[in-house]
Design a protein around this ligand. Sequence first.
Ligand SMILES: [Mg+2]
Length: 417
Amino acid sequence: MAAPNHPRNPDSGGWPRVIAHADMDAFYASVEQLDNPSLRGLPVIVGGKSARGVVTSASYEARKFGVRSAMPSVQARKLCPQGIFVPGRMHRYAEISRIVRHVFDQFSPVVEPLSLDEAFLDLTGTERVHGSAIQAARALKLRMKQETGLVVSVGIAPTRMAAKILSDMSKPDGLLSIGPEYLVPFLHALPVERIWGVGRVTLARLNEHGIHTVGDLARRDIGELRSAFGSMGPHLHTLANGIDERPVIGDWQRKSYGEENTFAHDLELKSDELRRVLIAHGEAIARRLRKDEVRARTVSLKLKLARPLGQGRYPILSRSFTLERATNDGAEITRVAIGLLDRVPAGDRIRLAGVHLHNLERADAAQADLFDSRPDDQSKRTRLNRALDAVTSRFGESALTRGLARADRIAPSRRIK
Ligand SMILES: [Mg+2]
């Protein structure tokens, strides 16, 4: 049995998550050394040399002298007079960053970038493809070196915060991993400023209360922490005990899908015309969801009322509904969107209508099987949708409407993604 403190992943049957934090070593300075071999082995400092300049990145050779990023360049020059200052080339860093991202994507379907050179990767359940998390991280480090010529350090832990602490501790060219059973003792031994959200001011106040390590914080009474630090007290206490439920969130999960259009003539709220527009939007979004192999749980209806507020502005109303299960079925999306019309006060004509879907989930093979084993009408709908997609991809969107109504576009709709 695992200790009750262990972070749980509600999506994976209660097993702890396996989260990797991958972070390129001295990224900008390393790119400079990569592109200009004469800089290799030398203390390279990326940043402005002027009186107000700041170090944005320092090679490990420069770090030996105490040079750090965010340090004033004046101070860096004092610490390391032989340091070679180079101006940054953001365009080049962004270019390499795309390859870095491509490598990350090869090791997890769920990658959450934090900046140009670091990301969280959810490795939960990737064992079948990449082996253990440590094997995956070794392979990632090797692939990164091959594809970019650069070095990445990786930390692996059941929580995001611990993974990031470990990648940092492992540098340069490091790999550190910690299992759920060691998470709490590991955290407790760290200085308390390692906890996310503990800045200089909070650190000073924690020290005043005799709290110096994460363990000191974890052992304090929550009520005492609340009266001393407000709502941040219990929050820090939770992190100190290794509890951090936030999952890694991939780009695709953050996206939303939407279609909206402004009408040539304002429409009545309860008109068939408006319903037809919503049907067309619902079907169009559903096709895009299926094409991208995702489903969405939240349907939002957006209406612009034909009641000028002056300066070309109009009131915008939005109503949302979250389904029990994610969908990519146009009929279901449309049913919800039309149902949301009942929650809009009558009286205004409508100038613009849009349907948006949020809260995305990947419609992977496992889910598709589950979906097909649902009651008959569900799997029939899945087959119908497949047939719809086949026809529209061959003959275009206007070739089909579901037979509910002709979904004429009053004006071309705008795709939003
Ligand atoms: Mg980095």
